[in-house]
Design a protein around this ligand. Structure first.
Ligand SMILES: NC(=O)c1ccc[n+]([C@@H]2O[C@H](COP(=O)([O-])OP(=O)(O)OC[C@H]3O[C@@H](n4cnc5c(N)ncnc54)[C@H](O)[C@@H]3O)[C@@H](O)[C@H]2O)c1
Length: 266
């Protein structure tokens, strides 16, 4: 699906980004990982083989973003796709959230997505043939919220909003911009959450009750959706927010642990 396409994956040194990078390579892409933790970025690139490279990059730093683009073009000649995946999680009560907290989350989860997309579009417009596909990793938090997640929710909803705006602005230049919004994915955060629970089975049952498919999502399953949006198979899609959430945001409330004898009204 991505034969010879050149794809940047930010935060590809672990978690969902690593899964996305693997699926891109499996589908014939050349991949550049832009990762703040250079050691993990280099480790993943090595695992992916000769069609993958990694460069140290903090996406909240504009000069690092320029270097990421220059490195990719110097290495592989062009950019066909960018996956804005790097992100930081956040949980703190609203009344305790400081302006530094806000800045830390927004600079990575929102601002960096905007400016890497802008810098990439400049390259995509000037290359020949022009064009490309941008995939921004948002979250189920783009449509629903958890307490204590204000800056994260603002960033993830903001990513969807600005992706629509950029999508319509860049459509004439053959650049598509879409979002993927994952539900609960099997990454370190999920493993830590399970490990911290007094009863792991009870914890898993609680979370599963909030997920119609009754399970967490594997990182490669997010990668498959991203790969589709990067590829020409999604050629008529731009401005969309694809929920890859195992049904989480389609459900009004968790399944009730008891059954009504009748649901017919009188
Ligand atoms: N894990 C989930 O269940 C879940 C659900 C919905 C959305 N998401 C989103 O998916 C994306 C990836 O999350 P994850 O769970 O894989 O997280 P993770 O913490 O496992 O991995 C994130 C990667 O991004 C890198 N990174 C962090 N800040 C960076 C920066 N400033 N510059 C460059 N790299 C940076 C980290 O070093 C790490 O390798 C995030 O945008 C997150 O909000 C995750």
């Amino acid at each position: 699906m991505l034969k010879d396409k050149v794809i940047i994956v930010t935060g590809g040194g672990g978690g969902i980004g690593e899964g996305i990078a693997h699926v891109c390579i499996d589908n014939g892409a050349k991949v550049v990982i832009g990762e703040r933790n250079d050691e993990s970025g280099q480790r993943v690139a090595k695992e992916l083989g000769e069609n993958a490279l990694a460069i140290a990059c903090d996406v909240s730093n504009d000069e690092d973003l320029d270097r990421l683009i220059e490195f990719t073009v110097a290495s592989f000649g062009r950019i066909d796709g960018v996956v804005n995946n790097a992100g930081v999680n956040f949980s703190k009560p609203f009344m305790d959230t400081s302006s530094d907290d806000w800045q830390d989350v927004i600079s990575v989860d929102l601002r960096a997505v905007f400016f890497l997309t802008q810098k990439t579009c400049a390259q995509m417009v000037r290359q020949s043939p022009a064009g490309g596909s941008i995939v921004n990793i948002s979250s189920v938090h783009s449509v629903a919220a958890l307490p204590g997640a204000g800056p994260y929710d603002a960033a993830k909803a903001g990513v969807v909003g600005m992706s629509k705006s950029i999508a319509i602005e860049m459509a004439a230049d053959n650049i598509r911009v879409n979002c993927v919004s994952p539900g609960l994915v099997n990454t370190q955060i999920w493993q830590d959450l399970l490990a911290a629970a007094p009863d792991m089975d009870e914890c898993m049952a609680f979370w599963n009750s909030n997920i119609p498919m009754n399970r967490v999502i594997e990182t490669r399953e997010i990668g498959e959706a991203v790969c589709f949006l990067l590829s020409d198979k999604s050629s008529a899609m731009t401005g969309s927010n694809m929920m890859v959430d195992a049904g989480m945001t389609s459900q009004l409330v968790s399944r009730e642990p008891f059954e009504s004898s009748s649901i017919e009204g009188s």
